[in-house]
Design a protein around this ligand. Structure first.
Ligand SMILES: [Mg+2]
Length: 165
């Protein structure tokens, strides 16, 4: 199986069937920020994202905001929302995924990772034994670095995963 292949593809993060994944025994969700649950680099935690995070917590999930961006950006997103967070995650390197799992006392096999990039979020999920769920990017607009990644991802979708997303 390709290390780039997500376990599931969602049109948008709010499509996650929260009760179903709880029933399956998952205990934690690591949430990417930029272009997964907020506009890239500027978006704060809007009502939709806030409700989603609270719904996850109410269902019994541990939630960790898990971003490659810096602390300032992650705090800007969170505002007054209370959630654990991890910045400069260096996705796709598995070390941060494994460190979060250890800190939160949850096995990688019980951890869902949601993100909009195959070559960071999903690759890291697969390398660390987490369950990677790909969420389509919220906006077409990306940072320069992400725009570059996006071109590589198009190639992967077409030539490695043989899917049109
Ligand atoms: Mg992202």
């Amino acid at each position: 199986m390709s290390l780039f292949r997500p376990k599931k593809i969602l049109k948008i993060f709010t499509d996650l069937d929260i009760p179903r994944y709880r029933e399956q025994g998952f205990e934690m969700v690591l949430l990417d920020v930029d272009n997964t649950i907020a506009a890239p680099n500027t978006g704060s935690c809007d009502e939709r994202a806030r409700k989603f995070i609270l719904d996850l917590q109410k269902a019994g999930f541990k939630v960790v905001i898990f971003s490659n961006n810096n602390e300032k950006r992650v705090k800007m997103f969170l505002g007054d929302l209370k959630a654990d967070y991890w910045y400069l995650a260096m996705k796709p390197l598995p070390c941060s995924y494994l460190a979060v799992c250890k800190k939160m006392h949850v096995k990688p096999s019980k951890t869902i990772v949601m993100g909009d990039q195959l070559i960071t979020d999903i690759l890291g999920a697969n390398l660390s034994g987490c369950y990677g769920i790909y969420c389509k990017q919220l906006q077409e607009k990306d940072s320069k670095m992400t725009a570059f990644n996006r071109r590589i991802e198009k190639f992967i979708w077409r030539n490695v995963l043989h899917e049109e997303v």
